[in-house]
Design a protein around this ligand. Structure first.
Ligand code: NFM
Length: 224
């Protein structure tokens, strides 16, 4: 089957409006056009650190679910994702110091708490591997597509934010997302209609959670 016909590609077309809202959010657009208020970025940084710590647990929950017949490359992809998250946690801590943010004093906001609870549900044993690996792809892919906009040659991303944007839009992360999309399609193809429908619902929920997360990071009057 060609790439365009894959299940995840069909979803991206079917839910294009939501997908655009998640990957072309005003928060991202203000980074790309250079107009972002750094207070918004600092708010995002603190909340995303809370998210990534929950995301580590979610990603680790895939390992015991991985089918026995999974290939070595598949195991490498998931383990590579875990190793990358270790580096990511270190990056958050160093980036927070640069912005004089004390991460241990950053309280988790409701939106972040809800997303983390959603990840916890996905980590439960009763969620099939096909659904978990599809959720992993969706969560990573939204960040790739969002931050790739900020590192395009015509972007006016502030120098101070370039490193953050590079993290989720460099070639290595792009290739990781391509591998995850392939895994999602492989296991969705091999699943029954009920699992595919549940996976699509989770995909839509993830897009909505990502939009809410950007909304939370977007400065309104009480940000200044
Ligand atoms: C809210 C959110 N969604 C996706 C990602 C990307 N995955 C891990 O870094 C992230 N950091 N935060």
């Amino acid at each position: 089957m060609d790439e365009r016909g894959s299940i995840t590609s069909q979803w991206l077309r079917r839910h294009n409006a939501l997908y655009q809202a998640a990957t072309r959010h005003p928060f991202i657009l203000t980074i790309a056009d250079g107009s972002i208020n750094f207070q918004c970025f600092k708010r995002w940084l603190g909340q995303d650190y809370h998210f990534v710590k929950a995301f580590v647990r979610f990603l680790a929950s895939l390992l015991p679910k991985m089918p026995k017949e999974a290939t070595d490359e598949e195991m490498d992809t998931l383990l590579g994702g875990i190793v990358a998250l270790r580096d990511e946690i270190y990056w958050f801590r160093s980036e927070a110091m640069r912005w004089t943010i004390q991460l241990d004093l950053v309280s988790i906001k409701v939106t972040t708490q809800e997303y983390c609870e959603f990840l916890e549900q996905l980590s439960q044993g009763n969620f099939e591997y096909a659904i978990a690996v599809t959720a992993l792809w969706a969560i990573e892919f939204v960040y790739y597509e969002s931050f790739a906009l900020c590192t395009q040659s015509n972007a006016k991303t502030p120098t101070e934010l370039r490193e953050a944007c590079e993290r989720w839009s460099n070639m290595e992360f792009k290739n990781y997302c391509v591998l995850l999309k392939g895994l999602a399609d492989k296991y969705l193809e091999g699943s029954n209609l009920h699992v595919r429908q549940k996976a699509e619902e989770i995909f839509v929920q993830i897009l909505k959670q990502e939009i809410k997360f950007w909304d939370m990071s977007t400065c309104d009057e009480n940000c200044i």
